[in-house]
Design a protein around this ligand. Structure first.
Ligand code: F6R
Length: 606
């Protein structure tokens, strides 16, 4: 999603702004721009496409100025053209904006009626005209922004500079995160702390509804009621600020390889390794009395939740309702008394997940969230958080966050099962033992990476690929299809293996590879029967399994040989081959693996 950077500096800032924007590239964007205050007023440079185009523009036509704002835009209102790129400006004010102004049409009509000329199709330009309108009416900078904020409906983060004051930047946060960085005689603004890492590690996060007046020597923060407030200055964790590919070609590759380590960290957070007992944080309710669990999330995080449904229902015997957040937020689903609602989100900023969280909160649910970013909005609005310790995930396609989410959810399922008397000590030891062995198994799969290259070459020729799985392997099949389509752009679908003959089998011919995830568990024979149905119709099978070849009874094009693991953890270990298949297929096809087209890392709009 869009990125914001602002600097009130001692030297010219355009170059530093672009550098900081580069650290936000992972969020996804399709145009970029920077505006500064120079003697003759506000100046800006903007360009379609990647930051290198903006840099080239800045080389052609350099931009001075010791105060400025920059933006990477992920188009929502209007095409990703230079005219629609931020910053937007009038002669008096320049604005960068993340999020969506929902009532922009009526505001725009009002401004047009008042004689304003709009040059872009964006909702953001409305903000520029509103602020200018209030300044022209004699309001101060702060008053003009305050009046404007009161007119805006939607979720947004704003960075604003003014032509006539080069020691002033105003920031506002409503629904989209913003962080202020404190330097020495300099101050910074960023849509996340990663952007500010080269400048400072002293960070203040704005709260929901806050706005702030930044000057080089002072920062004043006001809450949504206009009351001056103090927000803590925190030391950003070093790990959160390292954005480095190391020796890896892509962040996604690095993140796949980090999984044994980050999964261990996450498990160690929820398991007492000396007693092999699970100890999750107090969720503020008696787990023994939880009658129903509601889970909601989007995309990959949703698939993690879907695996958790199998775990919780099977091991804790608690019914689980799960839905993608974009549906659940509007479904008006009735929720149980004494219910626990669990939200899974890497970024902690996903708009639909957040809206569903608020719905569940209003309807009396206890809110627990599984998040990677502890300072995120979802984390802050939850009654309890279960952090994952994945570290910053930069590749747009989620990998290590997924396996860490699963690790935390597995611990939650065990804790629920224990509390409800469904998991005794022996079973807890067995399941925890399986979890603690998992990083080693993940490592062993990652080490077989070279085997994926011929397979990836073969798969890259396909137009469509099916993924099949049963039980807990079904969500992994869907996750496999999502991973492949988002980074290789090959069409892929994940199905429950048993659903095949209810329709999808019509697609099978020798051109459609079918990736079957079939660990040797209680459902293995059933899945293999479905696989044989595919083979009988000429389908080319890629089998992801620990079973020996004589167990298949059908010819397979390729077997990804898996380690034998406890069925409880097999969905987590099976996530690794599907990530490697997607990654190597995409690399072979030469796509932009870390920043796939049209995608954003943090989806802060509906
Ligand atoms: C896919 C992917 C997305 C995210 C989804 C939710 O690889 O990364 O499907 O899982 O956008 O994002 P978070 O977890 O940040 O709420």
């Amino acid at each position: 999603m869009c990125g914001i950077v602002g600097i009130l500096g001692k030297e010219d800032v355009a170059h530093d702004i672009v550098d900081a924007l580069r650290r936000l590239e992972y969020r996804g964007y399709d145009s970029a721009g920077v505006a500064t205050i120079v003697e003759r007023g506000l100046q800006r440079r903007r360009a379609e496409g990647k930051l290198r185009n903006l840099e080239a523009r800045l080389v052609e036509v350099p931009l001075g100025g010791k105060a400025g704002i920059g933006h990477t835009r992920w188009a929502t209102h209007g095409k990703p053209t230079e005219t629609n790129a931020h910053p937007h400006m009038s002669a008096r004010v320049s604005v960068v904006h993340n999020g969506i102004i929902e009532n922009f049409r009526e505001l725009r009509d009002e401004m047009v009626a008042a004689g304003c000329q709009f040059e872009s199709e964006t909702d953001t330009e409305t903000i520029v005209h509103l602020i200018t309108h209030y300044l022209d009416a004699g309001k101060s900078h702060l008053e003009a922004v305050q009046e404007t904020l009161q007119r805006l409906t939607g979720a947004f983060a704003l960075g604003i500079i003014f032509a006539d004051d080069d020691d002033l930047m105003i920031a506002a946060r409503q629904g989209s995160p913003l962080a202020i960085g404190h330097g020495t005689g300099e101050v910074y603004l960023g849509s996340d702390a990663i952007a500010l890492a080269p400048f400072t590690n002293k960070i203040t996060y704005l709260d929901e509804g806050d706005y702030a007046v930044l000057r080089r020597e002072t920062v004043e923060i006001y809450d949504r009621d206009g009351v001056r407030v103090e927000r803590p200055k925190v030391q950003a964790v070093a790990g959160a600020l390292t954005v480095d590919k190391g020796n890896h070609r892509h962040f996604m590759h690095k993140e796949i390889h980090e999984q044994p380590e980050v999964v261990s960290h996450t498990l160690a957070h929820y398991i007492d390794m000396s007693t092999h007992q699970v100890a999750i944080p107090d969720l503020g309710l008696d787990l023994a009395k939880v009658d129903r669990v509601t889970i909601s999330a989007c995309g990959t995080a949703y698939y993690a939740g879907l695996v958790a449904k199998y775990w919780i229902e099977r091991y804790a015997r608690v019914p689980v309702e799960i839905d993608v957040a974009s549906e659940m937020r509007y479904r008006e689903a009735p929720l149980a008394d004494n219910g626990l609602a669990v939200f899974v989100s890497q970024s902690g900023e996903t708009a639909d997940t957040l809206a569903t969280l608020r719905y569940c909160k209003e309807n009396g649910q206890r809110i627990a969230s599984i998040v990677n970013v502890r300072s995120s909005t979802i984390a802050r609005e939850s009654d309890a958080i279960m952090p994952i310790l994945a570290g910053p995930e930069i590749g747009v396609a989620s990998t290590k966050a997924f396996t860490c989410q699963l690790s935390a959810l597995a611990c939650l399922a065990i804790a629920l099962g224990k509390a409800r008397g469904q998991i005794d000590e022996a079973l807890e030891q067995e399941l925890v033992g399986a979890l603690t062995e998992m990083p080693r198994h993940i490592s062993s799969v990652v080490r077989t990476e070279a085997d994926y290259l011929p397979l990836a070459t073969e798969l890259s020729k396909a137009r469509d690929i099916l993924y099949l799985g049963r039980g807990m392997s079904f969500p992994i099949a869907m996750e496999g299809a999502l991973k492949l389509k988002e980074i290789s752009y090959i069409h892929a679908e994940g199905y429950a293996a048993g659903e095949l003959k209810h329709g999808p089998i019509a697609l099978i011919d020798e051109k459609v590879p079918v990736i079957v995830i079939a660990p040797k568990d209680a459902l293995f024979e059933k899945t293999i029967s479905n696989m044989q149905e595919v083979a009988a119709r000429g389908g080319r099978i890629v089998l992801v399994s620990d079973a020996p070849p004589e167990a298949f009874g059908a010819e397979v094009m390729h077997q990804v040989v898996m380690p034998t693991v406890h069925p409880f953890v097999s969905p987590i270990v099976s996530a690794i081959p599907i990530q490697l298949i997607a990654y190597h297929t995409a690399v072979f096809m030469g796509t932009d693996v870390d920043q796939p087209r049209n995608l954003a890392k943090s989806v802060t709009v509906e």
